[in-house]
Design a protein around this ligand. Structure first.
Ligand code: HEM
Length: 253
């Protein structure tokens, strides 16, 4: 006879779930809904800071090859520290995604079915939108890393020689990369979804951090939306400028 539904077993399973071995500060924070929201907010802020820094670095393409190639070389010169930063960023992305998805699942489970239908639809749409746009942004980042960090998908990349200062020619790599209209289109779609994600995320993280001021919150939320769209304009300007022929490669291998 099967004892699958034995009360003893289900009680011990439930206890195991409740008393899972969570220790330390992080576990305490991660164990509460408020704490999980704070983790999403704080990791979101770290990622936003990265996106701003990365844009400032990338915009140097408009200043010429020496600038962007030199900047990229400086990053590589960080050596082991660069790997620490990469590891930290990866951990931040993983935590951000894990807790966002967890909160979305919990929200959906906690919502009573067949009750105040309008609110139900509104809330699920918001959370579904964040998870979906976040996952597409993730796919974009994976493609982007293969494209520009692993230097894949373009026959010109392996042929590029170092620039006169003996730095890798990131400038020409980016130009050749974006001269492919499909690649540029994919970047622009990815950046657009990142912007949508940021406009939602940036306007809700203040609440997650408990900063709920009737006057200040809407102002900061609008500022966050402007910020997200400025990021979009800044990033999208690069593939658009290449496609329009404003930036030409520094070498023709
Ligand atoms: C037009 C838009 C973008 C351009 C032109 C661009 C350009 C680049 C380039 C050239 C690299 C390689 C740097 C090197 O090897 O020296 C790189 C790396 C990277 N990019 Fe972007 N990027 C763009 C958008 C983004 C966005 C929106 C994100 C994140 C949401 C992002 C995240 C990263 C990451 C995580 C790396 C790896 C950094 C590392 O090597 O440690 N990029 N990007």
């Amino acid at each position: 006879m099967s004892d699958r539904n034995s009360p003893v077993q289900s009680v011990s399973a439930a206890t195991a779930r409740v008393e899972s071995p969570r220790t330390g500060m992080i576990a305490v924070v991660a164990g509460s809904s408020v704490g999980r929201k704070m983790i999403v907010a704080v990791t979101g802020i770290v990622l936003m800071a990265f996106v701003v820094g990365h844009l400032i670095g990338n915009l140097q393409i408009f200043l010429g090859p020496d600038w962007i190639n030199g900047y990229s070389q400086h990053l590589r010169d960080l050596g082991p520290l660069l790997w620490v930063i990469r590891g930290f960023l990866l951990l931040t992305v993983i935590l951000h995604i894990y807790f966002t998805v967890l909160l979305a699942i919990e929200n959906r489970r906690a919502r009573p079915t067949g009750y105040v239908k309008k609110e139900h639809v509104k809330a699920t749409f918001a959370s579904r939108h964040m998870v979906a746009s976040g996952l597409v942004v993730l796919a974009f980042i994976v493609f982007h890393l293969l494209h520009f960090t692993a230097r894949q998908f373009n026959p010109q990349f392996p042929l590029l020689k170092n620039d006169p200062l003996n730095h890798y020619d990131v400038f020409s790599m980016m130009v050749y990369g974006f001269q492919n209209v499909y690649v540029s289109a994919f970047y622009i779609v990815g950046l657009f979804l990142l912007t949508l994600h940021l406009t939602h995320g940036a306007s809700s993280f203040l609440q997650s951090l408990g900063l709920n001021n009737k006057k200040l919150t809407p102002t900061l939320a609008s500022a966050a939306r402007v910020f997200a769209w400025l990021l979009f304009i800044g990033y999208a300007a690069i593939p658009v400028a290449v496609l329009l022929g404003f930036i030409q490669p520094a070498q023709h291998p």
